[in-house]
Design a protein around this ligand. Structure first.
Ligand SMILES: Cc1cc2nc3c(=O)[nH]c(=O)nc-3n(C[C@H](O)[C@H](O)[C@H](O)COP(=O)(O)OP(=O)(O)OC[C@H]3O[C@@H](n4cnc5c(N)ncnc54)[C@H](O)[C@@H]3O)c2cc1C
Length: 475
C-alpha cells in the first residue's frame, strides 16, 4: 500500500469521514485514520456520534419514549395493554445493532469512494507528514499534500468527581447501563444531560438534574425554555438550578453528591451519577513539535472561517475547532474543506446551524432568539402558533408546544424560528432552508403546506407574525 496520499484525514467521526468521502469523490487519493476502540477492543469509524453519541442516544430515546407513551398515552387512543413491561437488555441489544450497522456502513462508503481506512493513531509531523501507529504498535510515516484534522472532543471532567466507569460515568457510560438505576443524578442540564436524564426517567429512575447556572437552557429562546421546563417537571425530572457540585464520594449506600445552592450545602445520595457538563476538544498526542498548528487557550485548533489552520495545507474541522459541537456542523465543514482543496466552492453558513434536543416534546431552533434579536437592536415581529391548534398534532395526541417565528419588523426577514413540540427536529429543516435562502415571513406565508401536517404550524406562525393567522385568533 502506498504511503503517499493527496489527503490524509485524522479522525473518522461525522466531520472526518464525510471529508474523506468528498475528497475521494473529488478524485483525490485519501486515507482516513481513526483510533476509536470500543469497550471490547474492536475498532470502529464514526467517532463519538455513531459510537457513543447521537445515534445510540436516539436509539434509547426512541425505545423509552414508546414505553412512556404506552403507559401514559395509548389509553387515550383506546389501546389498552395488560402486563406492559420493559426489557433493558433488549433495548441495549437493539441499540448496539444500530450502532454496528451504522459504523460498518462507513467502511462500505469508504470502499465506494476509494478511501483507505487506517485504524490507529495519527500524529501530524512537519512537512505534511503523518506518523501512523496501528493498534498493534506498528508505525509508518505517511506523506500527504493536505491534512485534515478532525479529532473531535471528549467529555469534560468535573473536579472532585472521579469517573469509575460504573456508578460515576460520562455520557458514554450512561448509554450502557444494564439496568434502570433507582436513584439517578445527572450533573448538567444541557442537551446531553436532558436527553440521558429523559431516557432513564422514562424507565422509572428517580432523576435529579443539577445545573450550576441559574437559568434553564439559556441558549434557547426564553419562551421555549420556559415551556420545556414545564414539561420536564411534569415528567418528573427534578431539575435544580444554581446547584454547584463540589464532590462525589462513593459510600456503601450509594454515591454522595455534595453541592451548594441558594439554601446552602446539600447532599444527594444516588445509585448512579452521570457527569454531562460539556465537552472539550480532543487533540491528545496529535501535534508533533514542528507541525505549525496552533491551539487556543481552551485547546481548540485555531482556524480561520474557511477551516484553514495557520500551517499551509493543513485544515481542521468539527468539534476540535470553534463553533457549536454538533455533528452536522462538522459534516458541512468536512465537505467544504474537501471541496476547497480541489479549488471548488465550499461554504458553511454558520448563521443557520440548527440545534435540536431530542426530548419529548422535541425542541429545535435556528437563528436568533427573540432576546438576541432585540439585544442586537432589531425591531421584531413575532408569530406563534400552538400545536394544540393543529389538527394533525391533535390527531397524534401531541398538542403540547408551539412554533415561534421571529422576523424583522421592517424588512420582514426571518431572524429565527423556534419550535417545541412533536417532530420539532424534523420541522426545523424547513426553517433552515427558508433562512438559508434569506426568506421573509411572507415567503413562508405564501408557501403551500399540506393539510393536515405538523408543518402547518410553521405556516400559521408566519401568518401570525402579520396577524393573519387563520386557525387561531390574532392578537
Ligand atoms: C450523548 C451524546 C449525544 C449527542 N447527540 C448529538 C445529536 O443528536 N446531534 C448532534 O449534532 N450532535 C450530537 N452530539 C455531538 C456529536 O457527537 C459531536 O458533535 C460529533 O461527534 C463531532 O464530530 P467530530 O467528527 O468532530 O468528532 P468525533 O465524533 O469525536 O470523532 C473524532 C474521531 O477522531 C478519533 N481521533 C481522535 N484523535 C485521533 C488521532 N490522533 N488519531 C486517530 N484518530 C483520532 C476519535 O477516536 C474519534 O473517532 C452528541 C454527543 C454526545 C456525547
Amino acid at each position: 500500500m502506498s504511503d503517499s496520499f493527496d489527503v490524509i484525514v485524522i479522525g473518522g467521526g461525522p466531520a472526518g469521514y464525510p471529508a474523506a468521502i468528498r475528497a475521494g469523490q473529488n478524485k483525490l487519493s485519501v486515507a482516513c485514520i481513526d483510533e476509536w476502540q470500543n469497550r471490547d477492543g474492536s475498532s470502529a469509524f464514526g467517532g463519538t456520534c455513531l459510537n457513543a453519541g447521537c445515534i445510540p442516544s436516539k436509539a434509547l430515546l426512541e425505545s423509552t419514549e414508546l414505553y412512556y407513551r404506552a403507559q401514559h398515552e395509548f389509553a387515550a387512543h383506546g389501546v389498552g395493554i395488560d402486563g406492559l413491561r420493559f426489557d433493558v437488555a433488549a433495548m441495549q441489544k437493539r441499540k448496539a445493532g444500530i450502532v454496528r450497522q451504522s459504523t460498518q456502513g462507513i467502511l462500505q462508503l469508504f470502499k465506494g469512494a476509494g478511501v483507505t481506512p487506517l485504524t490507529g493513531h495519527g500524529r501530524l509531523l512537519a512537512g505534511l507528514k503523518v506518523e501512523f501507529t496501528a493498534h498493534d504498535g506498528a508505525k509508518r510515516t505517511l506523506q500527504a499534500k493536505h491534512v485534515v484534522l478532525a479529532t473531535g472532543s471528549e467529555p469534560m471532567p468535573l473536579r472532585g468527581v472521579a469517573f469509575d466507569g460504573d456508578r460515576i460515568v460520562d455520557s458514554w457510560g450512561a448509554l450502557e447501563f444494564a439496568e434502570v438505576p433507582k436513584r439517578l443524578c445527572v450533573i448538567g442540564a444541557g442537551v446531553i444531560g436532558l436527553e440521558l436524564g429523559s431516557v432513564w426517567r422514562r424507565l422509572g429512575a428517580e432523576t435529579v438534574v443539577l445545573e450550576a447556572l441559574e437559568q434553564f437552557l439559556p441558549m434557547a429562546d426564553g419562551q421555549l425554555s420556559k415551556e420545556a421546563a414545564r414539561h420536564f417537571k411534569k415528567q418528573g425530572l427534578d431539575i435544580r438550578l444554581g446547584a454547584k457540585v463540589g464532590a462525589a464520594t462513593m459510600k456503601s449506600d450509594g454515591v454522595h453528591v455534595a453541592y451548594t445552592d441558594a439554601k446552602g450545602e446539600q447532599t444527594l445520595v444516588v445509585d448512579r451519577l452521570i457527569v454531562a457538563i460539556g465537552r472539550r476538544p480532543f487533540t491528545k498526542e496529535l501535534l508533533g513539535k514542528d507541525s505549525g498548528v496552533a491551539l487556543d487557550e481552551r485547546g481548540f485548533v485555531v482556524v480561520d472561517e474557511h477551516c484553514r489552520t495557520g500551517a499551509a495545507d493543513i485544515w481542521a474541522v468539527g468539534d476540535c475547532v470553534r463553533g457549536p459541537m454538533l455533528a452536522h456542523k462538522g459534516k458541512e465543514e468536512g465537505i467544504a474543506v474537501a471541496d476547497r482543496i480541489v479549488g471548488r466552492f465550499g461554504e458553511v453558513n454558520y448563521k443557520v446551524i440548527p440545534s435540536v434536543i431530542y426530548t419529548a416534546p422535541e425542541i429545535a431552533w435556528v437563528g436568533q432568539t427573540e432576546e438576541q434579536a432585540k439585544a442586537a437592536g432589531r425591531q421584531c415581529k413575532i408569530g406563534s402558533f400552538p400545536f394544540a391548534a393543529s389538527g394533525r398534532a391533535r390527531a397524534m395526541e401531541a398538542g403540547a408546544g408551539f412554533c415561534k417565528l421571529v422576523a424583522d419588523a421592517g424588512s420582514d426577514e426571518i431572524l429565527g424560528i423556534h419550535i417545541i413540540g412533536p417532530m420539532a427536529g424534523e420541522l426545523i429543516a424547513e426553517a433552515v432552508l427558508a433562512m438559508e435562502y434569506s426568506a421573509s415571513s411572507e415567503d413562508l406565508q405564501r408557501t403551500i403546506h399540506a393539510h393536515p401536517t405538523l408543518s402547518e404550524a410553521l405556516h400559521e406562525a408566519a401568518l401570525a407574525a402579520d396577524k393573519r393567522a387563520i386557525d387561531i385568533p390574532n392578537r
